[in-house]
Design a protein around this ligand. Structure first.
Ligand code: R5P
Length: 296
């Protein structure tokens, strides 16, 4: 089996390769002056089962093009099979038509991955569970929630929080991991045109408790910041957050550092560039989960 890594996943891939005691195959990614990329595999993949680990955070489109080109290079070079590990599947929030006349970006991405000849996909914490059904190729859907449960189990007198109604399934699963820990939900609205967020209502009691927000994606950081404000307003004693995918759009690090959240836990499904690190950030690795899935 041959292992390759694309940008945004080098460190994670190295950890997985170390766990599996395999070597990472070399590959050149050349970027022309106009931004176009050219891939060259520097290993023989003829008749080999190949694994490519590559995330698709910011810039999402650029990362997807790179992913598509690497799959093409693998297939063209005679790989027997290509297993894609896409720790963060960008565009997963664009999974249906919200308003008449819109595209469904995620469906386009999936069709392209399948057309290129991907044999299997391993990914983590998809925005919604129904996305699994969109794939015709086999998909393994992992979750960082068990890692979050390990970190949360030592907290005392806490309540889990879903910052929107779409996250109820997620918070329920985490609650089960934590011996049915209590949870509350927030009713959040997002303006579909401007993407502005409003938080309307807290369903449940957080007074005198430590509030632990659980979410799949951290992009602008506004959801976490506003949820923390609402929780403190409702007399929570403190707020922590656990989010799988640290997309960290511009300004998110400053927003979260200045927020009422004490620690912002995320995973390494997206490699976070040094300049986006901030003192409150804590990174939990998903390398062991991916290793386990690859061992089958
Ligand atoms: C939305 O449904 C997601 O679960 C996240 O809550 C959202 O993507 C977070 O985005 P932001 O950090 O920009 O508020």
């Amino acid at each position: 089996m041959k292992f390759f890594s694309g940008s945004q996943s080098e460190k994670l891939t190295q950890k997985v390769c170390k766990n599996l005691n395999v070597k990472l195959s070399p590959m050149e990614i050349f970027v022309f002056g106009d931004g176009e990329k050219r891939i060259k595999l520097n290993d023989n993949v003829v008749g080999q089962d190949c694994v490519l680990i590559k995330s698709t955070g910011i810039p999402t489109d650029v990362n997807y093009m790179e992913l598509f080109f690497i799959i093409d290079a693998l297939k063209r070079s005679g790989a027997k099979s290509v297993t894609l590990v896409i720790p963060y599947l960008g565009y997963s929030r664009q999974d249906h038509v919200f308003r008449e006349g819109e595209d469904v970006s995620l469906q386009v991405i999936i069709k392209t991955l399948e057309t290129l000849g991907t044999d299997k996909i391993i990914t983590l914490d998809l925005h919604s569970i129904k996305i699994v059904e969109f794939f015709k190729v086999p998909i393994v859907h992992l979750s960082a929630l068990e890692l979050f449960a390990k970190a949360i189990k030592d907290f005392e007198n806490y309540v889990l929080v879903s910052p929107d109604m779409g996250g109820i399934r997620r918070v329920k699963i985490l609650s089960e991991f934590l011996n049915n820990a209590p949870f509350v939900t927030i009713e959040k609205d997002r303006d579909l045109k401007t993407a502005d967020v409003t938080m309307n209502k807290l369903n449940g009691e957080v007074k005198g408790k430590l509030a632990i927000i659980v979410d799949d994606i951290l992009s602008s950081g506004k959801t976490l910041k506003m949820a923390a404000d609402l929780l403190i307003e409702n007399k929570a004693t403190g707020v922590y957050s656990f989010t799988t995918h640290a997309v960290l759009a511009d300004g998110a690090a400053d927003t979260l550092q200045a927020s009422q959240i004490k620690k912002v836990f995320v995973t390494d499904t997206i490699e976070i560039p040094r300049e986006k690190h901030f003192p409150k950030l804590e990174i939990i690795s998903v390398a062991n989960l991916i290793t386990r899935a690859l061992r089958g």
